[in-house]
Ligand binder design. Structure first.
Ligand SMILES: Cc1cc2nc3c(=O)[nH]c(=O)nc-3n(C[C@H](O)[C@H](O)[C@H](O)COP(=O)(O)OP(=O)(O)OC[C@H]3O[C@@H](n4cnc5c(N)ncnc54)[C@H](O)[C@@H]3O)c2cc1C
Length: 432
């Protein structure tokens, strides 16, 4: 039986970064025919489609240096051109500081609510933020923003009620504008740079998978079509689909934490019970190649419940090479939980959404399509998540199994976080 000092489960960004940095004595096992996980891109009829929009927002010097080393001039810088479509109007992102353009009654409701929430917060300095997301939204932005954006949008994306969600995922993802920015954004069309995603990098050609190829070139040993189906902690062995067994010194796993628990033996019952509480939303991502509707927008949020999708965007506005001349690439995102709705009926509703918004006139405008079903897309931040993740990680890590990446750690994080975690894991292994 082959022995490998460090085995990596999964060929996504996190494990590729770590394995590429370590070099020797390690092997990446990837279940699919090619690495990349969520960062793969597929080309059909001249259109290149990512698994929904995948844009690089790099805040750290380390990751900027890595991106430069890997791709250099192959990456193009872009400035966000992002909107919300509601009440038949486009308003700028983020919603909470750009009420300009909303119908007057909605604008007044949002502004009045924000001002009252601001005054209440001023009167109670030092008040702790609530852990419940719905209460946090009402405290911070008031009932207008809650009703017209935060509640319905987050309900659609996370597939659970805002009262179920905690605030643990907010971090940099939800901008908190001050009063003057909100007032300005209510009175005029302001272009501001609020939020973590005001600027981003995107490959000039080839979609986001170009980054995967650059990372994979640094990895010495990788096997694709190698699905890990069981892990024996006592024998320190794992089995692949097909029956082959490999022995390891340590494991780095980017497979979803819940799945890691499912395939690992022996584990205490408490750990399995904790894993059973972990929930995730899936995303059905229908990509379309269409006749160019002439939009220069990057992506658009759809908070209203009358639309099935929560967001769509134009991949050909990230890079013109994502679509042939005269055409545009559009990605749409529909979140669901549990059993996947029927794809044909989802497609009908998605096309109806795009028609209502004026992106297509009829199905005749569709030149190509490609759907991806992302089974584990958003790990749900309810009250059970934090304690369960901590318990499972502690148990695994003390036994030389290191969960890494967005799903390994069962968190809401980005490609940059996957790169950073990959680098940290490699450092940790080198130091031991
Ligand atoms: C809808 C959506 C939009 C996003 N948009 C952005 C964005 O714009 N910008 C951004 O920075 N981030 C974005 N992200 C997040 C980004 O995709 C992730 O942070 C990143 O891809 C995670 O990489 P990873 O290596 O942790 O995991 P993954 O990409 O999930 O890689 C895990 C790998 O493990 C493999 N695997 C699974 N099970 C097994 C097994 N049993 N045996 C062997 N291999 C296995 C999988 O095939 C996969 O290749 C988005 C995510 C979603 C869901």
């Amino acid at each position: 039986m082959e022995y490998v000092e460090t085995l990596f489960i999964g060929g996504g960004l996190s494990c590729l970064t770590a394995a590429g940095s370590l070099g020797k004595d390690c092997l990446v096992l990837e279940k699919e025919a090619r690495p990349g996980g969520l960062c793969r891109s597929d080309t059909t009829k001249g259109f290149t489609f990512d698994r929904t929009g995948h844009l690089l927002h790099l805040r750290h010097e380390k990751t900027r240096a890595l991106a430069k080393e890997l791709l250099g001039p192959k990456l193009a810088p872009r400035s966000r051109n992002t909107w919300i479509y509601s009440h038949g109007a486009y308003t700028r992102y983020p919603y909470q500081s750009n009420f300009h353009g909303l119908p007057t009654p909605v604008l007044a409701e949002c502004l009045e609510g924000f001002i009252k929430a601001h005054c209440r917060a001023q009167a109670r300095p030092g008040k702790k933020d609530p852990l419940r997301f719905d209460r946090w939204v009402l405290d911070r932005f008031g009932p207008g923003v809650a009703k017209h954006f935060m509640f319905p949008y987050n309900q659609k994306l996370w597939t659970v009620s805002p009262a179920t969600l905690t605030t643990e995922w907010l971090g940099r993802f939800v901008p908190r504008p001050d009063l003057s920015s909100v007032l300005r954004g209510a009175l005029e069309d302001q272009t501001n740079e609020e939020g973590y995603n005001a600027h981003f990098l995107y490959p000039k050609k080839g979609g986001i998978e170009v980054l995967v190829h650059a990372l994979a070139r640094r990895v010495k040993h990788m096997r694709c079509d190698a699905e890990v189906v069981s892990i024996d902690l006592k024998k320190r062995q794992l089995s692949l689909r097909g029956g082959e067994t490999l022995a390891f010194g340590r494991l780095v796993s980017s497979l979803p934490l819940k799945e890691l628990v499912r395939i690992t033996r022996p584990l205490p019952d408490g750990l399995r019970k904790a894993a059973a509480k972990l929930r995730a939303a899936s995303v059905y991502n229908l990509n379309l190649g269409i006749r160019d509707p002439g939009s220069d927008r990057h992506w658009i949020y759809l908070p209203e419940l009358k639309f099935s999708i929560y967001r769509f965007g134009f991949s050909s506005n990230f890079s013109k090479h994502m679509a042939p001349e005269g055409a545009a690439g559009v990605y749409t995102e529909w979140a669901y939980r549990g059993r996947r709705p029927d794809p044909a009926s989802m497609r009908r509703k998605i096309l109806a959404d795009l028609k209502t918004i004026g992106i297509i006139r009829s199905a005749k405008d569709i030149l190509a399509e490609k759907a991806f079903d992302l089974r584990v897309a958003y790990t749900i931040y309810d009250r059970a998540r934090g304690p369960a993740v901590r318990l499972i990680r502690r148990h695994m890590e003390t036994r030389g199994i290191h969960p890494v990446g967005r799903y390994g750690r069962w968190e809401y994080s980005s490609m940059e976080d996957a790169l950073l975690q990959g680098m940290e894991v490699a450092d940790m292994i080198r130091d031991n």
